[in-house]
Design a protein around this ligand. Structure first.
Ligand code: ZN
Length: 144
């Protein structure tokens, strides 16, 4: 058993780990109605079609809502940290962490962009403020 906290891809049936390693954020796209959604699933939640493809997202979005965890429940998530619902510019929403700023700076409507962060044998899509002054050298894809 590996103690590094990360999604269990066997449970989530995550079809996109290679895309994230390549720095691409993908969403499921219904070929019948065009609906974009996350997490990936075999059925469109809007029209129930099973004709599901994928589309690359820009990685831009905003904080739809969030909470600040002030107690650690796992050593890989030292408190405080931000758990947020991110609304991507293209429409899908996903739960992630906001990093690169103090938790108290996060607010609803805050513009964020994706950063791909290695964790164990996976790469996770986390989000940083668009105008983040703090840069983490361990974060991939952070451009000056
Ligand atoms: Zn659909």
């Amino acid at each position: 058993m590996n103690d590094t906290a990360r999604p269990d891809t066997k449970i989530l049936a995550d079809p996109f780990p290679d895309a994230r390693r390549q720095g691409r954020l993908l969403a499921a796209e219904c070929r019948a109605c065009g609906h974009l959604f996350l997490p990936f699933g075999p059925v469109c939640p809007r029209c129930w079609s099973i004709d599901i493809g994928q589309r690359q997202m820009s990685g831009a979005g905003e904080v739809a809502t969030f909470t600040i965890y002030r107690q650690s429940y796992h050593p890989d998530f030292p408190a405080p940290y931000v758990l947020a619902l991110i609304a991507l510019a293209e429409g899908p929403r996903l739960i992630s962490n906001v990093i690169g700023c103090a938790p108290e700076q996060v607010h609803i409507g805050m513009a964020v962009s994706v950063r791909f962060v290695p964790r164990g044998d996976q790469v996770l899509p986390l989000f940083v403020p668009v105008t983040s002054p703090a840069r983490n050298p361990e974060i991939q894809g952070d451009t000056p």
